[in-house]
Ligand binder design. Structure first.
Ligand code: HEM
Length: 267
């Protein structure tokens, strides 16, 4: 009797084709795209050796007990970056003109520019967010004793960052040049003037002379959008370098190592 041929196997039951990269030589466009990304990184790394620095910065040991309070520094940095990005867009429209142009340019951004009110709102509210975060971060490092040896220098850099953050708020407040901004800044500059020894020089520098005038607004704008952001960016770099070099402090409630073997080795 002739043998009947086996019935065809339904497609769903057939063995799946080998995965790309498993030797069949048929990579998908997606595989090529992933390869291209890796090649670009390799290309740059071969010429700069930057991957070592990136690894040093990112792959670090963190102490036991590290918790959410340790994210406050990065949160402050994110707030700063958000201020930098939104600030660039605001600067595209802002005119530091004391005879009505400044106020008008901000009115224009708020009422007429596409997403202008949103970006201005982000910058305005973001400034308060950054100030709150920087204080919370300082509180964290203080209460965890992170200012002690060997991190004193990082604390000092932090103090300068705190002052610069305050300078950003103070100089930014004048820029809308409405009544509130004008009079609040007069009060602020006068308070600076009451400081011992340097006070009068400081208030003269801020005003750009003995009188609050046209120069004051451009001076505040230059300090707000160039001088201080540059300093903050450089100091954040130094701050993070020290964090990566020294590591972070363990929470104070963690007890010292009780292992008698380790104690013996130390003695
Ligand atoms: C623009 C402002 C600041 C930024 C962006 C910033 C950023 C950071 C980041 C990302 C860290 C590592 C993670 C962490 O512990 O949160 C850190 C650590 C630290 N920061 Fe700041 N910081 C700022 C201001 C300050 C201020 C005002 C102080 C104190 C006066 C300060 C003192 C410290 C200290 C001592 C450490 C080491 C913490 C440890 O070893 O556990 N920082 N900072």
């Amino acid at each position: 009797m002739p043998k009947l041929p086996a019935p065809p196997v339904p497609a769903a039951l057939k063995a799946p084709p080998p995965r790309p990269g498993d030797g069949n030589g048929k990579a998908t466009p997606l595989d090529h795209a992933a390869e291209a990304g890796i090649s670009v990184v390799d290309w740059v790394d071969e010429r700069t050796s930057l991957s070592g620095a990136a690894r040093w910065m990112m792959f670090r040991k963190v102490p036991k007990g590290t918790n959410w309070f340790y994210t406050l520094g990065s949160a402050t940095m994110f707030a700063f970056l958000s201020q930098a990005v939104t600030g660039v867009f605001l600067a595209m429209f802002y005119k530091p003109d004391p005879s009505g142009g400044a106020y008008e340019s901000i009115r224009h951004v708020t009422n007429e520019v596409f997403l202008g009110q949103f970006v201005r709102g982000m910058h305005k509210w973001g400034s308060s967010v950054m100030v709150i975060l920087v204080f919370l971060h300082m509180g964290r490092t203080f209460f965890f004793g992170a200012y002690k040896y060997p991190r004193e220098l990082n604390w000092l850099i932090g103090v300068v960052l705190l002052i610069l953050t305050m300078v950003m708020s103070f100089t930014g407040y004048l820029l809308p040049f409405d009544q509130r901004a004008y009079w609040a800044t007069i009060v602020g500059v006068n308070i600076n003037g009451t400081g011992p020894l340097l006070g009068p020089y400081l208030s003269d520098f801020l005003r750009g002379g003995p009188e609050f005038g046209a120069v004051t607004l451009s001076r505040f704008y230059a300090i707000h959008m160039m001088l201080v952001p540059g300093l903050i960016a450089a100091l954040i770099g130094a701050h993070l370098y020290l964090v990566a070099k020294l590591g972070t402090t363990a929470p104070p409630w963690l007890k010292a190592e009780k292992n008698p073997e380790l104690r013996k080795a130390k003695a």
